[in-house]
Design a protein around this ligand. Structure first.
Ligand code: F3S
Length: 284
């Protein structure tokens, strides 16, 4: 029987785990439950919640139609006006915004309040960034910067302070490079590094586990970019690395292996990880 090493950081990060648990806590209350966007990018979890009476609302228009029930905000957070809409419509709001993201909302709100120009380093189309933008008042809008070219082209009146924050999942090295561009321009820059270490820690541990096993299993959705990245990292360290969505995809490795590593992407539920782990312990 092969030894199994399960990465401690496999699967949900703290914020996603908390948000998913908050949705499950709301089920069974008899209330109508809605999540503003899918709570997580995992079909099995969303389907399981649907069967428990949780409906996903996709946009503002659908939110406007609601007359009663509870709306749950997912870990990415939402712009302030969405939260205001929920309150104005007399709906109950359960805010599952990750506390690390909530902190960014507070930082940008205060900075904009002091008259500083808020700069968000991240991808403008990412829901988390849209949410952060939405906590700056309309007369002090934030600017989103993703590339070095955008940072070079950025201008603001001399003397106005700049507050720089980042999308929690932004690449640390790229963030430092972009910040350096702002600093070189001679602006008065207040940098609040809001990158969350969960992704980095998961990748670091995956690399470390993959380097000392005979076979490695990476579990996660085919479209999950963070799982794809984990797979690439593991494959570099361990030739016999499998990328599976569920236990059904798993192929047995040769009998000669003595140690198997397991990790999983950020949206892989614990139930699937447990199932794979149990199988490997029994049959490998
Ligand atoms: Fe997860 Fe929150 Fe970090 S949602 S990736 S713990 S910012």
């Amino acid at each position: 029987m092969a030894e199994v090493i399960l990465a401690k950081t496999a699967g949900f990060c703290f914020g996603v785990k908390r948000a998913v648990e908050m949705v499950y806590q709301q089920t069974g209350t008899g209330e109508k439950i809605y999540t503003y966007g899918p709570i997580i990018h995992n079909e099995q979890v969303v389907e399981d919640l649907r069967q428990k009476g949780v409906t996903v609302i996709e946009n503002e228009e659908q939110l406007r139609q609601l007359e009663s029930g509870t709306v749950i905000i997912r870990s990415h957070g939402v712009p302030r006006y969405i939260q205001d809409m929920i309150a104005k419509q007399g709906l109950k709001c359960v805010d599952a915004t990750c506390p690390f993201v909530k902190k960014i909302h507070n930082v940008v709100m205060e900075a904009a309040g002091r008259g500083e120009q808020v700069v968000i380093i991240g991808s403008g189309s990412h829901p988390e960034v849209e949410g952060i933008k939405g906590w700056c008042p309309a007369d002090h809008p934030a600017v989103v910067i993703e590339t070095a070219e955008e940072a070079q082209a950025f201008e603001t009146p001399v003397g106005r302070g700049i507050c720089i924050v980042s999308q929690t999942t932004f690449n640390q090295k790229k963030f430092q490079e972009l910040v350096a561009i702002f600093e070189k321009k001679g602006y008065d820059v207040n940098v609040v590094n809001t990158i969350c270490n969960a992704t980095f820690e998961r990748q670091k541990e995956a690399c470390e586990v993959a380097s000392r096993v005979d076979a490695m299993i990476v579990i996660g959705g085919v479209h999950s970019s963070n799982t794809q990245k984990l797979y690439e990292i593991c494959k570099r360290e361990c030739e016999d690395t499998q990328y599976i969505q569920t236990l059904d995809d798993l192929k047995r490795s040769p009998d000669s292996i003595s140690c198997v590593g397991i990790t999983a992407g950020a949206s892989t539920p614990n139930t699937i990880i447990e199932e794979v782990q149990k199988y490997v312990r029994t049959y490998f």
